[in-house]
Design a binder for this molecule. Structure first.
Ligand code: R5P
Length: 261
């Protein structure tokens, strides 16, 4: 693997344990002012010391994140549709590789929608992005986005994760599901799981625990952290599960039974 690509990847997935806690705050690119992210700077600044990387759009990066903070950036570079549309799969590449480099991105991220009417467009965009990324040593994270009508089961998620890896993605982000070992064992690149809609803290920790137990490299979690009543506690608990291997209950007790601002 090329030095630059490998070096950037190691900023995201920590070589000490091959695990990562990515903080996802890119929801606004199709959801607008997402609950918990109305004031991005206020909400996210206290979380940054506990995140291994930050996944977001260039607009939020430029306007809301202090450039002097040293945190690896995973830049969302796909979009073009909003939650007002029934079909979210009509995405294209929205950021040039030149701008990603200008922003010192450690990786770029794009969604593919396998099984949707725009399946081909997403996969071809991923292929183009991988070619561009390879030119400059920038890894690509592919999000196996799931349309409303698609099942989040091991059969579908292993199909879309494998297609993402075969197309050249360096990291695949997908959803946790039953038989998740199947998704992991058939995907040749590191897999991180999205948290999905806000659930209870213990449930989200359970998801992270089960995902890494099955072989995931970690999480790329958003709403279950920034919509939590105590987001700093939550990200600390997620770290304890992902990096220290604590069981969900232990991680919860370790951080929620101490006072954190
Ligand atoms: C959705 O497409 C975005 O990429 C989010 O980053 C992703 O869903 C992860 O965030 P959450 O944990 O809130 O699902």
């Amino acid at each position: 693997m090329d030095y630059g690509l490998k070096n950037r990847l190691s900023r995201i997935i920590k070589p000490e344990d091959n695990r990562t806690v990515m903080l996802a705050i890119d929801h606004g690119y199709f959801m607008g002012p997402t609950s918990g992210l109305e004031d991005v700077k206020g909400a996210i600044t206290p979380l940054l010391p506990y995140a291994d990387s930050l996944m977001l759009t260039r607009g939020i990066l430029r306007n809301q994140i202090d450039a002097r903070i040293d945190i690896p950036i995973v830049l969302r570079v796909s979009g073009g549709t909003s939650i007002l549309k029934d079909d979210l799969s009509d995405e294209d590449i929205t950021v040039s590789m030149e701008d990603a480099i200008r922003l010192n991105a450690s990786a770029v991220a794009l969604s593919i929608f396998v099984g949707s009417k725009n399946e081909k467009q997403g996969i071809i965009n991923l292929a183009k992005l991988v070619d561009e990324g390879n030119r400059y040593g920038i890894p690509v994270l592919a999000v196996t986005a799931v349309g409303r009508e698609m099942a989040r089961d091991a059969r579908y998620l292993s199909l879309s994760s494998r297609i993402a890896a075969e197309t050249g993605a360096s990291i695949v982000k997908t959803y946790y599901c039953d038989d998740f070992e199947k998704v992991i064992s058939t995907c040749p690149v590191p897999v991180v799981v999205a948290g999905g809609k806000k659930t209870g803290e213990k449930e989200a920790l359970e998801l992270a625990y089960n995902a890494v137990k099955c072989g995931a490299a970690g999480v790329d979690m958003g709403r279950n952290i920034f919509q939590s009543e105590r987001p700093v506690n939550m990200i600390k608990a997620v770290r304890a599960v992902v990096h220290e291997g604590l069981a969900p209950e232990e991680a919860y007790n370790a951080v929620y039974n101490v006072d954190t601002p």
